[in-house]
Design a protein around this ligand. Structure first.
Ligand SMILES: *Cc1c(COP(=O)(O)O)cnc(C)c1O
Length: 400
């Protein structure tokens, strides 16, 4: 098991790296340097801490889900990222990146978004600091996520439709990279997860690690010891690595990432590169496990949760899995919907469908750990955005 991070900059063992066109390499080097220097300055850290406290609403509570724990048969604790401003963990990263970009003298922020959560978090912070914001979004996602598109526009952002490929997240990411190549002097590209070329996987992890740092203290305060397991859903992997990272040296704590099992791993209709044992490959500037066919073509993914619907995973997760330090499993759409219902009915909390994947796995894990078991779950976001999807899955028309 790993004692510390691998030494090579930008690499997690055989994963990560900088697989981009030459035109982008200087921008990535500049960003890595800025993150090393500005990111460590006390003044930057103080300003970030102030915004996290007064604007984002940190620290978020660690909540004992007593009735859910009774039903599942073990102790369950929820780290309430759903209570953050804009309703998910993503804003921890956007606040950090945008403060950094401002100090680098950038005049413009671009971002990709799938369901619109990262786009909204980016547009929000851009409005707060007064900087231009352009969000790339697949036209298929624009049609599916109208409220978030309108939210971004209310916040003053320009939303640009992407009509290439499957017209979803991975195509939006490609288009944002293209914009960046052309406007690299004036523009910072704020990637929304621990994916992409170095330094994004490390930088985005460090911005989200505030979740794990708070949580590690909070759980020791209430339990007087470490939990048995920390569980989080994995799309690109930012909420999971954010809560895992401070626990990595605590070897007695199991770290479990839950990917989108869709219709089931056997069906092929899922978005679970790790649990589905996808081969290694290169996508979006990084080497990691990628769902691909025998010819290296990226496979279509399927999940009820738009935020998990991504064919690859952040390189640090690939490495943690191969090291045996973290485990990766999948929860299907139907298991997720059952867990979503449980949290609504038993705790009065409507979770994001992404986060409900982690709840679904906690149910299985509770059976394994027994009544003395203690599970911490990263409740990465709230479910307001998912009402339409959940209603459709239940065959209910909420408009009428
Ligand atoms: C975007 C999102 C995710 C998935 O992204 P990660 O980078 O894997 O964390 C999970 N939960 C919520 C609520 C999200 O908005």
């Amino acid at each position: 098991m790993p004692e510390s991070q691998p030494d090579t900059p930008g690499c997690f063992g055989a994963f990560g790296g900088v697989y981009v066109a030459e035109t982008l390499q200087p921008a990535l080097e500049q960003l890595a340097l800025a993150w090393q220097s500005i990111g460590r300055q006390q003044q930057f850290r103080d300003e970030l801490a102030e915004l996290l406290a007064t604007y984002v609403g940190r620290p978020t509570p660690l909540y004992r889900a007593e009735r859910l724990g009774e039903k599942y048969g073990c102790g369950i604790w929820l780290k309430r990222e759903d209570l953050s401003h804009t309703g998910a963990h993503k804003i921890n990263n956007t606040v950090g990146q945008i403060l950094l970009a401002q100090r680098m003298g950038k005049k413009r922020i671009i971002a990709e978004t799938g369901a619109g959560q990262h786009g909204v978090a980016t547009a929000t912070v851009c409005a707060r600091v007064g900087i231009e914001c352009v969000v790339y979004m697949g036209s298929r996602d624009i049609a599916r996520q109208a409220p978030n598109v309108y939210r971004m526009r209310l916040l003053g952002a320009q939303v640009r439709a992407v009509d290439s490929g499957s017209r979803t997240l991975k195509d939006a990411l490609n288009e944002a990279l293209r914009d960046w190549v052309t406007n690299v002097d004036s523009t910072h590209y704020a990637i929304g997860s621990v994916a992409g070329p170095h330094p994004y996987p490390q930088m985005v992890r460090d911005f989200n690690a505030v979740v794990g740092k708070e949580c590690r203290q909070q759980i020791q305060q209430v339990l007087g010891k470490m939990p048995d397991a920390v569980v989080a859903c994995v799309g690109g992997g930012s909420n999971a690595i954010g809560i895992f990272h401070p626990f990595i040296p605590d070897r007695q704590v199991r770290l479990i990432g839950v990917e989108a099992g869709g219709q089931g791993i056997e069906s092929g209709e899922h978005a679970a590169p790790l649990a589905g044992r996808a081969p290694a490959g290169i996508l979006h500037g990084m080497r990691t496990y990628v769902m691909q066919d025998d010819h290296g073509q990226i496979m279509a993914t399927a999940s009820l949760a738009a935020g998990l619907d991504y064919p690859a995973v952040g390189p640090e997760h690939a490495w943690l899995r191969d090291q045996g330090r973290a485990e990766y499993v999948a929860a299907t759409d139907s298991e997720t919907l059952a867990a979503f219902d449980d949290l609504c009915r038993l705790e009065g909390i409507i979770p994001a469908l992404e986060s409900a994947h982690a709840i679904a796995h906690a149910k299985k894990l509770a059976g394994e750990l027994g009544a003395d078991g203690q599970i911490v779950i990263n409740l990465s976001g709230r479910g307001d955005k998912d009402l339409q999807t959940v209603a459709e899955a239940a065959g209910i028309d909420i408009q009428s």
